[in-house]
Design a binder for this molecule. Structure first.
Ligand code: E4P
Length: 221
């Protein structure tokens, strides 16, 4: 399973990149606004900077909801860098636009996916990625990982090539469960990726090893 970072924050992107396990980035209009990125020039410049840091796919979301405007925006985003994947919402004009992008060699990430039916439409439109929102489904009292499992099953049975990108990750356990469920990619805030490191027995074990090293005077230097 690939690890994407779900942020537009350059410091966090650099930190995850330096860790050596970063495979890509997803952003959305809320994450861009959080970083104070507004205006076409600033948006394009920000995506260019992200693509310079990360050697992997970078999802850039369109703001429009009608076919012509989605196409115009998506073309501009795709022209920024070959690693840009145009993120499109699962609405009627979005499906039509994704099919157009697919036919014209532009890769897409279908976002705001909350059902298996929506995931089938993404695949039929030739999306490179489908993004089920695991955390938001859990927030509304359903099981987000179950949707990832269901999409995995359907895509395998039907031979759909669209990659399942588990999104809206709320904790480290979501990452583990999405890996078990067969997600191709998991996009997460940095804190939940780093949360995978945590175990109290690791902390106490390391403290003991350090104490014993000091006691014995052992050194390699
Ligand atoms: C998906 O790509 C979205 O950017 C994101 O995962 C949404 O997460 P949220 O529900 O925490 O806003």
């Amino acid at each position: 399973m690939k690890f994407f970072l779900d942020t537009a924050n350059l410091a966090q992107i650099q930190e995850a990149h330096d860790l050596g396990i970063l495979d890509g980035i997803t952003t959305n209009p809320s994450l861009m606004a959080k970083e104070g990125i507004t205006g076409e020039a600033a948006v394009i410049n920000h995506y260019r900077t992200i693509c310079e840091i990360v050697d992997g796919d970078v999802s850039a979301e369109v703001f429009s909801t009608d076919f012509d405007s989605i196409i115009a925006e998506g073309k501009k985003l795709a022209a920024i860098h070959p690693n840009i994947v145009v993120k499109v919402p699962i609405i009627k004009d979005g499906v039509k636009a994704m099919k157009w992008f697919t036919d014209n060699g532009i890769r897409t990430n279908c976002t705001l996916v909350f059902s298996a039916g929506q995931a089938i439409l993404c695949a039929k439109a030739g999306a490179a990625y489908v993004s089920p929102f695991v955390g938001r489904i859990d927030d509304s009292g359903w099981d987000g990982v179950q949707l990832v499992e269901q999409i995995r099953h359907i895509y395998d049975v039907q031979g759909f090539k669209t990659q399942i990108l588990a999104a809206s990750i709320r904790n480290p356990n979501h990452i583990i469960r999405c890996a078990e469920a067969g997600a191709d990619v998991c996009t997460s805030p940095l804190e939940h990726i780093l949360g995978l490191l945590n175990h109290p027995l690791t902390d106490s074990g390391l403290a003991k090893f350090i104490a014993d090293t000091k006691k014995s005077g052992m050194t390699l230097g």
